[in-house]
Each structure stands twice: as structure tokens, then as C-alpha cells.
Design a protein around this ligand. Structure first.
Ligand SMILES: [Zn+2]
Length: 409
């Protein structure tokens, strides 16, 4: 009996010791920080200094998302489908399915390919486009904050269409780049600041379908001039954290970038541009990271394809929304000197499909939701697009669920 009681007694003591050890371990955890402070003080006393070293300011972290969609190209069938009579148009239904994805990012950029010169100039389709003002209204409504106006259709309807479009964008509070109404404006770098991160926007096109700007009005559209582009990037870097380039470049209907596209992307990377949204081929081209001379990384989507158009071959009906995250970290050294680091990361893509029947009932749909009813072999085609877009970046993510935060429709 005694033996057993003793055994029990020892067991109890052993248990108590164990519990107190565990307890001590747990309570030690939060005490790690004071311990580190202690060692700083020890260091000070070792070096004989009694003055307390200033505590460095805590680092600051900021984050924002930016997304882009490709060509908004309103061919005749597209704006006729949006007609509600009385020379008025309503494009709402075409964007309903994709609006939650577009409005999600902090900043969204679109390529306004068919110039929005408005009804007063007379609407027109290929080859010299002019689109109704309501096309701008819907872009504003779905959350577009910046439009690129530098493309091969900028001069389609002359200077007046550019003035009408820029006035309308100003009225809507949508920033535009790649076209300007004066020399002064063409030299300005346009910026937007979100969550303490300043983005600057530049836009350039390879050409304007042989149309020339009126003498003395070279400011109207911004062409890819490597020297000017490099200067602009450098100016933009001085006043912003992130430099976003819109490039209208590449071979129409080619599914991969050409050498010239790679050369221009590399030049932009070497000069510290952070993001390139490119378009013109009317089909998707892959995403790719370029490493600049300083080891910096530049994110490029070589072609965003058609977001809305009436072009009717499979790959010409496929476009995308691309989204990246921008993180900004400011650290302070003990003298209070700030050091800012910006990173572009986590690219995500939503491939889209322009569905229409008999050149009517246009709707932009997320590809992951497509059924064979709208596109035979939808799943196989979607998978092929996924492989195609991620061939240079296996970490590219695909958006395959509806964003949680959305406005009631
Ligand atoms: Zn184009």
C-alpha cells in the first residue's frame, strides 16, 4: 500500500513540474520582444554609451491592386445592339457578367480603341471608328479609372473626335493617356494615388494606320519613340512609386509576341517601368516577367486581346482582365531615413469571351463559367488558353470565382 501511495505521490510531483514547465514556456513567448530590447541596452552599456539609441520608426506597409482590360472596339453590330432609340445607347447588358471582376481592383485601365467622339460626329465602324458617349459611360460605371487612347484608331475621325473624347473623359472623371489636346498636356505625367501608392500612366502606339497628325499638332497622339519613352519613364519614376505603360504594339492575330515587342518591353524594364499592359493583336498573348539591368522585375502582358468587339473567330472573341498586386514597404533606419521598396506580384487573370448570336446580343462572359451552349468544347478551349497564357509564368493565377464584394445590381 505505502509503495503504491509513494508512487502516486511521485507521479503527482512529476506532473506538477511538467505543468509548471509548460506554463513557463507559454508565458515566455510574448516576452521575446522585451528580451531583445534588453540586449540593445546591454550593447549600449558595453560600448560605454549612456545615451539611449533612438528606436527606429516602425515600417509602413501599403498595398493596392491594379487591373486592365483590352480593346474596347465598338464595331457597328456592337453599338447597334446597344441602341435604345433616339440616337441613344445602353451597353449595360454587355458588361453585367464581368462588372464584379472589373470593379474589384483599386485601379482599372482599359484600351479605348474605337475613339469615343460621340454622336455629333456621326457614328462609324471599321475602318475608321467613332463610338457613342454611352460607351464611355459604361466603362466608368464598371469601374474603369484610366483609359489608353494611343492606338492605331486614335486619328480615325480627326482632331475633333480626340477633343470630344478627351472632354468627355474629363467630364466623367476618367483619366486618359496616350492622347493630348496641347503640347503642355502631352508633357504631363498623369498619376493616381491609392492607399499611399502613386501610380503613373503612359501610353504609346506603334502607328495610326497611315493617318498623320495635322502639322504642328504632334501632341494629339503619342507614338512609340524609344528615346521619348525612356525620358517619360524616368520623369514618371521621379513622381510616382509605380510606372504603368500601355503599349499598342505587335502583329495582329499573332498569338505570341514578336522580337520588337520583346525589345521594347526589355527597354522599359531596363529603365525601371513596373507594369506593361499591351494590346493591338486582337488575340491574347502570354504574360512574361522581364528583368531590368538593375535586377528589377517588370510585369508584362503582351496582348490583352479584344475585350469587346464583333470580330468573330475563336481567339478574337477571347480577351482578358489581368490584375496585379502592388506592395509598398517603407522602412526607416535609426536616423529616421526612409527606404521605400515597391513590388509587383501575384498576377491573376480572368480570360473572357465575347458571346453573340447573329451579330446581336453581345455579352462579355468569364471563360471559366462558359458552357458548351455558348462555345462548343468550352472546357478544353479554356484549358488551352490557361496553358498558353502561363507558358512563361507557371505561377500565373486564374480567377475562377466571383469576387465577394460587389455592388447590388
Ligand atoms: Zn489596334
Amino acid at each position: 500500500m505505502v509503495k503504491i501511495i509513494l508512487k502516486k505521490y511521485f507521479l503527482l510531483i512529476a506532473l506538477l513540474i511538467l505543468v509548471s514547465c509548460v506554463d513557463q514556456n507559454l508565458s515566455n513567448k510574448p516576452a521575446e520582444t522585451p528580451k531583445e530590447n534588453q540586449s540593445i541596452q546591454d550593447n549600449n552599456s558595453e560600448s560605454g554609451e549612456n545615451v539611449q539609441k533612438p528606436v527606429p520608426k516602425d515600417p509602413e506597409y501599403y498595398s493596392a491592386t491594379i487591373s486592365a482590360i483590352g480593346d474596347i472596339l465598338a464595331h457597328g453590330p456592337v453599338y447597334k445592339d446597344a441602341s435604345i432609340g433616339n440616337n441613344q445607347y445602353d451597353f449595360t447588358d454587355m458588361f453585367t457578367q464581368v462588372k464584379p471582376y472589373i470593379e474589384k481592383a483599386d485601379i482599372t485601365v482599359a484600351n479605348s480603341e474605337s475613339i469615343i467622339g460621340g454622336q455629333e460626329l456621326g457614328l462609324s465602324s471599321y475602318p475608321q471608328f467613332n463610338s457613342p458617349y454611352e460607351l464611355a459611360d459604361i466603362l466608368k460605371d464598371v469601374g474603369v479609372d484610366v483609359v489608353n487612347m494611343a492606338n492605331n484608331h486614335t486619328l480615325d475621325r480627326g482632331e475633333q473626335a480626340i477633343l470630344n473624347a478627351t472632354n468627355y473623359w474629363k467630364k466623367l472623371g476618367v483619366e486618359y493617356v496616350g492622347a493630348a489636346t496641347s503640347v503642355e498636356e502631352s508633357q504631363q505625367i498623369k498619376t493616381l494615388t491609392v492607399n499611399n501608392i502613386t501610380f503613373s500612366f503612359l501610353g504609346y502606339t506603334y502607328g495610326t494606320n497611315g493617318l498623320k497628325v495635322p502639322e504642328g499638332k504632334e501632341y494629339l497622339v503619342s507614338y512609340i519613340d524609344e528615346e521619348k519613352m525612356v525620358e517619360d519613364i524616368q520623369k514618371a519614376k521621379e513622381i510616382s512609386d509605380i510606372v504603368v505603360l500601355n503599349l499598342h504594339i505587335g502583329d495582329e492575330y499573332s498569338r505570341t509576341q514578336n522580337e520588337y515587342q520583346e525589345k521594347v518591353a526589355q527597354l522599359a524594364a531596363d529603365n525601371g517601368a513596373h507594369i506593361i499592359f499591351a494590346h493591338h493583336p486582337h488575340v491574347l498573348q502570354p504574360v512574361k516577367w522581364y528583368t531590368g539591368v538593375d535586377g528589377n522585375q517588370t510585369f508584362v502582358i503582351h496582348s490583352l486581346g479584344n475585350f469587346l468587339s464583333s470580330q468573330d473567330e475563336l481567339y478574337r472573341q477571347i480577351g482578358a482582365l489581368i490584375e496585379v498586386e502592388v506592395d509598398k514597404t517603407i522602412t526607416y533606419d535609426s536616423d529616421g531615413q526612409a527606404n521605400t521598396l515597391v513590388e509587383v506580384q501575384n498576377p491573376k487573370i480572368l480570360p473572357t469571351y465575347v458571346k453573340f448570336t447573329d451579330r446581336k446580343d453581345f455579352k462579355v462572359l468569364p471563360m471559366f463559367q462558359l458552357t458548351n451552349e455558348y462555345l462548343p468544347n468550352a472546357a478544353t478551349i479554356y484549358n488551352e488558353i490557361k496553358e498558353h497564357m502561363s507558358q512563361f509564368d507557371p505561377n500565373l493565377q486564374f480567377i475562377e470565382s466571383k469576387p465577394e464584394l460587389q455592388e447590388p445590381s
